[in-house]
Design a protein around this ligand. Sequence first.
Ligand SMILES: C[S@@+](CC[C@H](N)C(=O)[O-])C[C@H]1O[C@@H](n2cnc3c(N)ncnc32)[C@H](O)[C@@H]1O
Length: 295
Amino acid sequence: MNNVTEIKSSNRIIKCYDVPAENIDPKTVSSFGEEWKAFHGFKEKDLKRIGDMYFDIVTTDMLHEQSSVIDIGCGSGRFIKYLGNRFKNMVGLDPSKAIYAADELIGKNEKVELVMASTDNIPFPDGHFDFGYSLGVLHHIPDTQKALIDCVRKLRSGGYFLLYLYYSLDNRPFYFKIFYWISNLIRLLVCRLPTGLKKGVCAFLAVILYMPFILVCRFLRWIGVPERIRRYIPLQVYERQSFYVIRNDSLDRFGTPLEQRFSRKQIKDMMEKAGLTEIVFSEKLPYWHAVGKKI
Ligand SMILES: C[S@@+](CC[C@H](N)C(=O)[O-])C[C@H]1O[C@@H](n2cnc3c(N)ncnc32)[C@H](O)[C@@H]1O
């Protein structure tokens, strides 16, 4: 772990670990580096809304002011910004150039350290952290199970890990799977485009694919149709999100070369295999996110 370069960014020194990583898809990482350069200007309102959705199952027993925290695959740093400086210290780890966008978004915060590294070379001793999370990351890594084991190893016994992985639509009606199948074909084409064109195409897809569903959901919400019914409409999760977040997610969804999907059962099995117990799944969108305690 000695190939480290210290790069002075706007708000802090970022340690970049040039250690060979195997469990990584370089094209996906490079694509995220470009993505977060374009999307790191989240508004407080957006950050709160998104953060509340993922941290709904995290209690103050799991995460509190004495916690030492790591965000694995922090991207633009939006969840670190959401959590603020309520904790003892926080590390944001990402192998892509997104880490510079994270520095900008987080701004001055002495409790936050940023490192450029991958899950297979997290530059901290095993058992170092009290709380770790990885949201929307490990499904973009070739061996998700191994990545999860590598992350959980960095937690102390009794610490907690919050995980979000793309779901395999296992709790959805068949037509969701048809939409997914079509969108996946589009992704396989779009992710090969050069960066500038990819951004433009994804913004266009946000308008023509996302917005029709989202506008229907917004209208139904406005006339009082309950959430338990609106939930049957694809992309309902975005009905309260800003167009900025929707455009960002479109680029995330269609611009990424490697993505994998898992059922709730597969995720539970992987978490257990990584040494987590007392696993709690959120019953709310986005699916699936779950928290577990390190044995
Ligand atoms: C969809 S983004 C999610 C970013 C952030 N968690 C969020 O939701 O805002 C996925 C992130 O995973 C990172 N990533 C990809 N491969 C990784 C690896 N092997 N180790 C750690 N992070 C990785 C990417 O660079 C990217 O920033």
